[in-house]
Ligand binder design. Sequence first.
Ligand SMILES: *Cc1c(COP(=O)(O)O)cnc(C)c1O
Length: 392
Amino acid sequence: MTSDRPSRRVPAGKPSLRIPVAAPSITEREGELAREAALNAWGADHYRYNRQFEEMLAAHCGVAHAVSLPHATSGLHLALAALGIRPGDEVIGPDVTWIASMAPVSYMGAVPVFVDILPDTWCLDPAAVEAAITPRTKAIIGVDLYGSMCDWEALRAIADRHGLALIEDAAEALGSTYCDRPAGSLGDVAVFSFHGSKTITTGEGGALVTNNPGLHARVQKLRDHGRPPGDRFFLNDEVAFKYKMSAVQAALGIAQMERVDDLIRYKRQLFGWYADRLRDVPGLSLNAEPQQVKNSFWMVTAIPDARYETDKFALQSALSDHGIDSRPFFSSLSALKAYAETDCRKLATPRPETARIIHAGINLPSGYGLDEASVAYICETFAGNLQGCKKR
Ligand SMILES: *Cc1c(COP(=O)(O)O)cnc(C)c1O
C-alpha cells in the first residue's frame, strides 16, 4: 500500500516518472482500519464495518438506505431486478458512457435504448429520452458523467409523466450536487463505484442507495440468493444473486468517508488549476458547471473543437511521449462491437457536437497527489501540442 505521496513533477521533456491519469488517496488510516477489519470482522461482527460504511454513505447522500456491494455494476443489476425489469422491456440510457452503465440491462434480457447526450454537460438529453419512449419502456438510466449532473428536473418530469423508474448512475459523481441535492439522491435508486480510479475507493467496490424502503428490502433479498430476512435455515424463496462487499473493503471505505469532504475539495481545486491554465486556449472546452450544479470533477476533461486537426488517440499518444497518461472520452456504445449482435436500439445519428466530443475529447490526469506544478506542466504540454494541430 503506498502512502499519500505529494508531488510527481516530471521535468519538461524528460519522461522519467509517469503521471498517472488516476490515483487514489491512501493513508496509514486506510491501512490501519483494513487491518483491524481483517482481525476483527468475524462472527457476530462480520457486518460491523459494512454497516458503518453504509451509514456514512447514506448520511453523505441524504438518503435513507445504502447497501455496500462488490461494484457499481452489481448495483445497477440489482436495481433493474428489484424494479422488476423483464425480458423484452426497454431501458433508456445515454449512448456515451462507460459500458457498465448499460450492460446490466442486457443481463436482464431487456433492451438497452441508446439516446444522445447534451453538448455541454455530456449527460442524457431529456428531449431525446422523451422521443425514445415506447409502450415497452420501463426505466431511464441517467449517468452523471465525469462528475457532471444530468438535468434531473427534466428527467423526473418525464419519468413521472410516463410512469417510468428513474435510475441514477452516480459512479463518477460522489460529491456533486444538483439544486443542492447530493448525487445519489436524484433517482428512485442510485449507484456509486469505489473502483481504484474513483473519487473514493475500496479497491473494487460499489453501493446502491435509495429512499424507497420496499426497493431496499427487495435489493437485500436479491443480493443474498433470495433468502428471506433473517433466514438461518437455508430456505431460499427464489433464485437470485450473491453481491456483497467484504469487511476489509468496507473498512477502507470508512477511512475514505472520514475524509470525503477533503477529497472532494481536492478534486475541485485540481480542476481550478487546470481551468486557470486552459481557459484561454481557443476552441477548448472543459467540464461544465451550470448554475444549479456543483461538479465534483471526477475527471478533468478537455474537448478541442474542429479548428484542431487531431483525435483523442493522437492527443493521448502525444501526451504519453511526455510521460503523461490520459484516457479517451467514452465512445458511442451503440457503435461498439459489443452491441453489434446484442439486442438493442441504436442511436440514429448523434448530433455533430456529440460526434466531435467522442472524436477528440480526453481525460487529463486527475489523480490524488498531483500538485499545481505538475498541472502546469501537463497544461503546457497539452496546449503546446494542440497549437501544432491547428488547421491551416
Ligand atoms: C466506473 C463506472 C461504473 C462501474 O463501476 P464498477 O464499480 O467498476 O462496476 C458504472 N458507471 C460509470 C459511469 C462508471 O464510471
